[in-house]
Design a protein around this ligand. Structure first.
Ligand SMILES: [Fe+2]
Length: 131
């Protein structure tokens, strides 16, 4: 048996272009809206061509003390065009998403992404509640 969890990869996003980079305040106020972004290829850019691109990013929030995450969002991307280099005659998505959240507990934001050639990647970032 192969488990999906064994197929997710992680690494230092400053070296590895596939790791979803989560940007969020590290401390938020209970019930107050805050902004997060998730970006694949922030430091080392990903090709984003017809042949090689990120298909989706998913974002979850796992409140402290729980073991089932809430899905925040799923963002799907595509690349279409005549040029494999992604320069003319098409549309090529850059996988960078933004959303606003509010939470009432500390927890962990988790993000996953899928490259059509290099598979599944994940990352997470803990957030605290300001007292
Ligand atoms: Fe890739």
């Amino acid at each position: 048996m192969v488990y999906l969890k064994e197929l997710f990869k992680n690494d230092d996003w400053k070296r590895e272009k596939h790791v979803p980079v989560i940007e969020t305040p590290l401390e938020v106020k209970r019930g107050e809206i805050f902004n997060i972004t998730v970006n694949v290829g922030k430091e080392v850019s990903h090709p984003n061509t017809v042949e090689h691109h990120i298909r989706w990013i998913e974002v979850y929030f796992l409140p402290e003390g729980k073991n089932i995450p809430y899905q925040v969002g799923r963002f799907e991307f595509s690349a279409h065009g005549e040029s494999s280099e992604g320069v003319e005659g098409g549309v090529y998505t850059y996988p960078h998403v933004m959303c606003n959240l509010k939470v009432d507990k500390a927890g962990v934001i988790l993000a996953s992404s899928y490259c059509n050639i290099h598979g599944l990647w994940e990352n997470s970032q803990e957030i605290k509640i300001e007292d």
